[in-house]
Design a protein around this ligand. Structure first.
Ligand code: ADP
Ligand code: MG
Length: 557
């Protein structure tokens, strides 16, 4: 009898929550569509902004897909993948974050009826991947190179790309102004890859138009002691000494214990302290430097000492700023004042302390070695300047991408329509189910022009019909027609200079397809109750099932 009893196989702990199969897939698709609906309305020049506030009361206003996704605190494991791709799009190309989320959501939405009808997800995935490869090849084919143009011409073209990026942002009203500034900044640093060489400093107050570009490094005046006022505030070709030491009296006092047998010795100890600081200061002066910056404090004694010798000094300079000065002016940060040789001193054409709005700024311009630029942003509310900074970051990334890859495609949904048409045509040559799937993929791409219309209050059906007709023209002359955001009709995006770097589109299509396929390939989520209760909330984030974990893995591709 005993041999007939089957041993019970326990695979998962009691209380483990699983759901699987079609229902799980559909629930994941619904979650992602819901996320897509959140960011949907921010797309394009007429897109709306989102105001997000958290329980700590901090308020962020943003139009940037990645920023919104980050702040939304999404807990659905599958929908989290969307947060990840928005982030990766942001770090890879810097723009197109809303696009990528929207495309993923739309791919999934198109897949949903098939899944409901019992199509196996792997069939869909295979067709989506094929469609993606075809689409990317087509984007590359349609991209127009801006290589081989003169510098002036190139600058103009790059400014157009920057303006397209900025047109959807809060500062869109001043897009030409900022686009030129961004292009100048990117051109100034040349092919240097360190993004932090373009600094953005925010000074609340004033008008947007008061923002300006410094061809060099700028930072806010640091805290200063008495004597500072007597220091000169402008130098031509000064030597710059960068320090990471304290120039303060009594800085030696810490942890020192001295036993005296005779009260008269006390004076010698005090004298020694003074000698140490004077010795340090003398060495700084001897080095010939006219500007002394330190990451640590420069006290009142030192400030006065330098003032008497016509030297400018600033203590407690932020590390980031000090490093940028070092990179730009060509010096090295010193941790000791012994043996300061000329090689470690930096220089610049003009150093100046200047009033900007309500703040004083230290500005180093015309730096010889590392080329760098700083944008000083002005504007009303804090949230406004912060959003402006994020927008400029997008624009800077775009211009840098364009400089590197130097191919552009028409924006305003033109490229999306063209690929959509191409895929539809291609699908007709395929026999079998795959035809339907590729057709759906093509249809999903139309979400970009449709959403641009919806957000601007145009009749999307009407505009899309006109666009389809243009793009279907045999001669191919309609290929660059996109949504005309000003009139509500259609217009040649190329002629109107609505341009996007090709790499933004390529990356967006690629990432969105990958994410959609990833979500389609998950048919089971397992929630392990033990790890959650044992390790509290922190572990909870990790125990949320395979979806989230795979999402992180994907980014490494
Ligand atoms: P993302 O975060 O994806 O970059 P945006 O809100 O910046 O989203 O919107 C980008 C979309 O807006 C692109 O498809 C771009 O082609 C389109 N776009 C930008 N400027 C214009 C314009 N002047 N006319 C029409 N479309 C535009
Ligand atoms: Mg954008």
């Amino acid at each position: 009898m005993a041999s007939m009893m089957q041993p019970q196989i326990i695979l998962l702990k009691e209380g483990t929550d699983t759901s699987q199969g079609k229902a799980q897939l559909l629930s994941n698709i619904n979650a992602c569509t819901a996320v897509g609906d959140v960011v949907r309305t921010t797309l394009g020049p007429r897109g709306m902004d989102k105001l997000i506030h958290d329980d700590k009361g901090s308020v962020t206003i943003s139009n940037d897909g990645a920023t919104i996704m980050k702040l939304l605190d999404i807990i659905h494991p599958a929908a989290k993948i969307l947060v990840d791709i928005a982030k990766s799009q942001d770090s890879e190309v810097g723009d197109g974050t809303t696009t990528v989320v929207l495309l993923t959501a739309e791919f999934l939405k198109e897949a949903k009826p098939f899944i409901e009808d019992g199509v196996h997800a792997q069939n869909l995935i295979r067709s989506y991947r094929t469609a993606c490869t075809l689409a990317i090849a087509k984007v590359k084919e349609l991209a127009v190179s801006i290589e081989g143009k003169s510098v002036e011409e190139k600058k103009g073209l790059l400014a157009k790309c920057a303006a397209t990026t900025l047109s959807s942002k809060l500062i869109g009203g001043e897009k030409e102004f900022f686009a030129t500034m961004v292009v100048d900044a990117v051109m100034a640093i040349g092919h240097d890859d360190r993004l932090n060489l373009i600094g953005i400093k925010k000074v609340p107050g004033g008008n947007m138009r008061d923002s300006f570009l410094v061809d060099g490094v700028a930072f806010k005046k640091t805290f200063s002691y008495a004597g500072f006022e007597q220091q000169p505030k402008k130098f031509v070709n000064p030597k710059i000494l960068l320090l990471n030491i304290e120039l303060e009296l009594k800085s030696e006092k810490e942890n020192a214990e001295i036993r005296l047998s005779d009260p008269s010795q006390y004076q010698s100890i005090v004298d020694a302290e003074w000698n140490i600081i004077y010795d340090k200061l003398d060495k700084c002066v001897e080095s010939g430097a006219k500007v002394v910056l330190s990451r640590l404090a420069i006290g009142d004694l030192a400030t006065q000492y330098f003032a008497d010798r016509d030297i400018f000094c600033a203590g407690r300079v932020a590390e980031e700023d000090l490093n940028r000065v070092a990179a730009a002016a060509g010096g090295t940060v010193q941790t000791s004042v012994n043996n300061i040789i000329d090689e470690v001193l930096g220089t610049c054409e003009i150093f100046e302390e200047k009033q900007v709005g309500g703040e004083r700024f230290n500005i180093f311009s015309g730096c010889p070695s590392g080329r760098t630029a700083t944008i000083v942003l002005r504007g009303g509310a804090d949230q406004f300047i912060e959003e402006a900074e994020r927008s400029l970051h997008d624009a800077i990334m775009i211009v840098r991408r364009a400089v590197k890859n130097s191919t552009v495609v028409p924006g305003g949904g033109a490229i999306d329509m063209e690929i959509s048409k191409y895929l539809r045509q291609h699908s007709r040559t395929i026999a079998g189910k795959s035809q339907l799937f590729i057709n759906s993929y093509a249809k999903a791409l139309e979400v970009i022009p449709r959403q641009l219309c919806d957000n601007a209050g145009f009749d999307a059906t009407d505009v899309l019909n006109k666009l389809r007709q243009k793009h279907a023209m045999q001669s191919g002359e309609g290929a660059s027609y996109g949504v005309d955001i000003n009139t509500g009709g259609i217009a040649d995006s190329f002629a109107n200079f609505v341009w996007e770097p090709a790499v933004v589109k390529i990356n967006a299509i690629n990432a969105a397809t990958e994410a959609a396929c990833l979500i389609l390939s998950v048919d089971e989520t397992v929630k392990n109750p033990k790890s959650e209760s044992a390790q509290g909330d922190a572990a909870g984030a990790m125990g949320r099932g395979r979806g989230g974990g795979r999402g992180r893995g994907m980014r490494r591709r």
